[in-house]
Design a binder for this molecule. Structure first.
Ligand code: ADP
Length: 366
């Protein structure tokens, strides 16, 4: 279900022009990110889609139909909406929060609760959390509940307003990965608001950069916006390290994965090949650290014998993670793990850089 803004302007009663002549097409089944500094009209633009805010002029079409022709309350209930801090009802359990929209839509209690439990599972929350109250969850868990509740609307359209901004960076990355995984299964039309350009290029199929005064500065794929900012405002906003950011959407599939000698924690290591780092793994094959060349181990290998490892590259993730892994590894070898977190091999920074430099979408130079 596509969304089209046609020359949309919003002037608030106090005279503030929040959105100025916005024309933009959000394609069906894609994630479009509205990004820009605080006060540039992102939230206002988003809320005009579900008529929480009415435009002063211009038209918004949802699936080709003017949103003004729909009943505002029905429209709102039929469109998933996720906000910062999740906006959960504090005095209702998690399960009942998620079941709210199906109940409002006339589902019977049992069916609504069954659906709510399924949705908790879909967003990666254990079923027992359903009985808790929002304050008893971590920030990241609350955001997952917010996403589950928005999915409960069972709508092809999802509006997300800075949904991950209040959680710490590590949790935020997890939530972003989760959203991309969900989207690959659900194929919703998602409009996502953030002030964080990294988040925008990570999540967006398309990125709309807005400037203060509510004007669209640039609309394109993350690669276009990073490689060819149209003016100083956009290049300033995407920042100087945009080449590195651009790696978020280059695949690491072409980087060869090499074998690496491994040694099991708790076992007695073989005699060492001179000059070789060995990757220490636990009993299920998860990396635990590195055993430096020619180190002497007295009996069984313990974790205290190891040098801490760098970050891990999850197979299938963008090349930025592969480069991080290679550069942060004490052995100079980035560890690649499979879905279950088991080590499957290593790559050097040189191998990663070769792929980046030869990639047609490479974002080096100007
Ligand atoms: P963003 O989401 O990009 O931070 P907003 O859409 O929230 O931007 O706000 C855009 C501009 O409109 C800002 O200058 C803001 O102060 C103003 N604004 C937002 N809501 C109202 C309102 N209800 N009344 C008056 N001005 C508003």
């Amino acid at each position: 279900m596509g969304i089209e803004f046609r020359d949309v302007t919003k002037k608030y009663p106090d005279g503030t022009i929040a959105v100025d002549g916005l024309s933009l097409t959000v394609e069906d089944g894609t994630i479009t990110v509205l990004v820009g500094p605080s006060g540039c009209g992102k939230t206002t633009s988003l809320r005009m889609i579900n008529r929480m805010v009415e435009p002063t002029s211009g038209t918004i079409l949802l699936d080709g139909k003017d949103v003004r022709d729909s009943d505002a309350a029905l429209l709102r209930r039929g469109i998933g909406y996720v906000i910062q801090h999740a906006g959960l009802f504090p005095h209702r359990t998690v399960l009942s929060n998620v079941a709210t929209v199906p109940l409002l839509s006339g589902w019977d209690r049992r069916k609504a609760r069954t659906r709510a439990a399924e949705l908790l599972e879909i967003v990666g929350l254990p079923a027992e959390l359903g009985a808790r109250y929002p304050a008893q969850l971590s920030g990241g868990q609350q955001q997952r509940v917010g996403v589950a509740r928005a999915l409960a609307a069972d709508s092809p359209v999802l509006l997300m307003d800075e949904p991950f901004s209040a959680v710490d960076p590590v949790v935020r990355e997890g939530l972003q990965d989760e959203l991309l995984r969900l989207q690959s299964q659900l194929g919703k039309t998602i409009v996502f608001v953030t002030h964080d350009i990294d988040e925008a290029v990570r999540l967006g199929d398309k990125v709309a950069v807005l400037r203060v005064g509510g004007r669209l500065a640039q609309y394109g794929t993350p690669s276009e916006v990073l490689r060819h900012p149209v003016d100083d405002f956009v290049s300033g906003f995407v920042g100087r390290d945009r080449g590195y950011r651009g790696l978020s959407f280059v695949s690491a599939a072409e980087v060869p994965i090499d074998k690496v000698p491994t040694v099991r924690v708790g076992s007695v290591p073989d005699a060492v090949d001179e000059g070789q780092w060995r990757l220490a793994v636990n009993e299920v094959g998860e990396p635990r650290g590195w055993l430096p060349p020619s180190s002497t181990v007295d009996g069984e290998l313990r974790e205290s014998d190891l040098v801490a490892g760098g970050s891990l590259h999850h197979q299938g993730n963008p090349i930025r993670g592969a480069l991080d892994a290679a550069l942060s590894s004490p052995a100079g070898l980035g560890v690649v793990v499979d879905e279950a977190g088991r080590a499957i091999g290593v790559m050097t920074a040189r191998q990663v850089l070769d792929v980046i430099e030869n990639h047609p979408q490479s974002v080096g130079g100007s």
